[in-house]
Design a protein around this ligand. Structure first.
Ligand code: GDP
Length: 314
């Protein structure tokens, strides 16, 4: 079993000291960690069932039989990103994220329900979110300006950027500084191009950090790339277009901050804001609550209810 470690736990003097490290690449159980002194080593979790992912802060022991380190303890997690697996359940993909950057573009045209679903996942996980409008050197008629204004009103940074011309990169770099960020969004919006532009080393070193047991390089690994100005981007094809796990959403308002703020005004404390009488959320729709956001909420609520286990299933 892999224990949780706490800052206050004293180490026994007769055991070799454990190394504090951060997981910087993960491919299943094969991990690469960077120790506090900057050394990079291969590592594996001690327990068969223990899940350790990119971003995790861990304590490692030397494994006398292997050159790899053994991960003996995992620090309490924050900013955990869960994707939806084939059965609709949450699967942990990265931790200690502090910024989810949702990328959109004029082509392919944005699907704002997808954007709202990412924002809901970020809000539910306590991760700050930003919207990056990439390809901003192109005509922007396809992008609904009112939707972007709504995001600004909700407190999200909205950056107009271009991976090709690097327009808007000054403000983008300032938002990313000292953050642990993931760039997510629809296929083709330019997430890989933005990552390459922000972290020039990311392309050159793909696959160089991890080898599987047969010595092949792994390309599907989740990787943490340090940013030149401080902070890091967590990236992999599976992170870039992950579908947020529905069962990890905050159950009352599903990660819609403005709906959470309105819900104390509802007649029923467990109001789902769908058909209930005396619902303050429905009453505000079209005035103080953006009608498009409410429609996104309804779609997500229906998905959420469909995935709830029926009585006797759990
Ligand atoms: P991803 O699927 O989100 O990772 O998108 P890619 O980075 O693979 O980019 C998809 C396409 O958009 C490629 O043809 C890129 O060259 C193009 N692209 C990416 N960024 C920009 C940009 O800032 N401006 C324009 N015009 N095209 C871009």
């Amino acid at each position: 079993m892999c224990a949780r470690f706490s800052e206050r736990q004293p180490q026994r003097s007769d055991t070799p000291p454990r190394l504090r490290a951060r997981v910087i690449a993960a491919h299943g159980r094969l991990l690469r960690v960077r120790t506090a002194t900057g050394e990079e080593r291969l590592a594996r979790p001690a327990g068969r069932k223990t899940i350790v992912v990119c971003g995790d802060e861990v304590e490692c022991e030397h494994d006398a039989r292997h050159s790899e380190l053994r991960i003996a303890a995992i620090a309490p997690r924050s900013g955990a990103l869960y994707r939806s697996n084939a059965r609709g359940q949450g699967e942990l993909i990265a931790t200690h994220l502090t910024l989810l950057a949702v990328v959109i573009a004029p082509v392919p045209a944005p699907d704002f329900f997808i954007v709202d679903r990412y924002l809901a996942a970020a809000d539910s996980a306590g991760i700050r979110a930003a919207v990056l409008l990439n390809k901003s050197e192109l005509a922007l008629e396809a992008v609904d300006a009112a939707a972007l204004e709504t995001y600004v009103r909700l407190g999200h940074a909205v950056h107009r950027v271009s991976a090709h011309t690097q327009a808007g990169f000054g403000a983008l770099r300032a938002t990313l500084r000292n953050a642990t960020a993931a760039l997510v969004g629809q296929s083709g919006v330019g997430k890989s191009s933005l990552t390459r532009a922000l972290v020039p080393a990311s392309e050159a070193s793909v696959g160089a950090l991890l080898r599987d047991d047969e010595g092949r390089h792994t390309t599907t690994a989740v990787r943490l790339y340090p940013l030149p100005d401080g902070g890091a981007i967590i990236d992999s094809p599976g992170v870039r277009d992950f579908a947020p796990a529905i069962d990890r959403l905050e159950p009352r308002a599903l990660g819609f901050a403005e709906i959470a703020a309105l819900s104390p005004g509802c007649r029923f404390s467990d109001c789902g804001h769908m058909r209930e009488p005396g619902c303050a959320v429905r009453a505000a729709t079209g005035t103080s609550l953006d009608a498009r956001r409410y429609e996104s909420y309804r779609r997500l609520r229906r998905l959420y209810e469909r995935l709830q286990p029926r009585p006797g299933e759990r």
